[in-house]
Design a protein around this ligand. Sequence first.
Ligand code: NAD
Ligand code: UFG
Length: 336
Amino acid sequence: MILVTGGAGYIGSHTCLELLNSGYEVTVIDNLSNSSSESLKRVEHLTGTEIIFYEGDIRDPQILNRIFSEHNIDAVIHFAGLKSVGESVDNPHLYYENNVTGSINLFKIMDKFSCKNLVFSSSATVYGEVKTVPVHENFPLAPTNPYGNTKRHIEDILKDISSADHSWSVSLLRYFNPIGAHESGRIGEDPRGIPNNLLPYISKVAAGKLSKLKVFGDDYDTPDGTGIRDYIHVVDLARGHIKALEKMKVLKGLITVNLGTGNGYSVFEVLRAFEIASKKTIPFVVTQRRTGDISVCYADVSYAKEILNWQAEFDINRMCTDIWRWQNQNPNGYED
Ligand code: NAD
Ligand code: UFG
């Protein structure tokens, strides 16, 4: 049995689907602070398999004790966390409390029940402003905001735990920019309010729900002046977690792995790919740079290939096509 914390969320729900399709049994804990349990119902429907769901908070030791007592948990995939950079700047204690305290609570209870296999959602944000690309796992860590700091702290805690007790198996997976949706159009990203991230924003403009995209700066030192990122299809990302679980069966200790495609796309390139996928013209205006944004970031993916035997399969056109299908079939997200 795999426990997925934050399993009702965007990446969690896609990972639950891949887990069930690979024959794993799945239990989810999620406090639904940024998601809807409808995502899990849809995953159950798509796979024809049940998910055991606990609505609860990872900061609550009682519910975690209950889950570990009621099920034989072999491994945990730990997605539960808050992820808005801006909100973390305004409310750092909330981020430390939710992400760091919540994680410590989880690790303590895993230890108590001798469940020592963990896959953790880290982020490329731990690298901060990188000097060169592609970004290799051994680059120095220098997050530039409280959200990134929480990821770095949790990584450090896990490094210390696995050095103290060699029976732990830990995969720190550093995601680049997850986008896309399952090809069924039944599950996808459903941000609350006005989206902060590029792809959810573009898809709302294409759908006529927002008037135009604001391109945050066209004066970066890149071929077309806009920021470059490594966008990765959420289904590829989810499959990376299955590979990490498989690796744990044969490898103890801690590994740190970038999950990206290794390719960078500019804002204008993504915009064009989305226009082709949606057959819509997407109005935009170039504005000032967004504070804290970096110019270029894409992953060195050689270690993921070597250690996990994993590499991304889907390209940017497929990512945009899948987002557009999700947007069209669910104009109001999971409320539909
Ligand atoms: P998401 O918000 O859709 O999913 C996170 C889930 O965790 C939500 O369902 C939320 O309700 C739940 N949650 C939050 N705090 C909780 C708590 N204390 N107890 C129980 N449940 C809690 O986000 P996502 O995009 O699916 O991200 C999943 C993980 O991956 C997060 O840890 C995030 O920081 C990390 N990550 C995301 C991105 C990205 O761009 N989406 C990039 C890098 C890393
Ligand atoms: N952008 C725009 N307009 C928008 C939104 C974004 O031009 O409305 C640009 C940004 O300037 C950047 C690119 O699109 O160049 C991507 O921006 P996102 O907000 O989609 O993604 P970021 O790379 O800024 O950040 C994301 C997550 C962070 C995470 C980071 C690294 O939001 O939480 O990836 O994993 F830390």
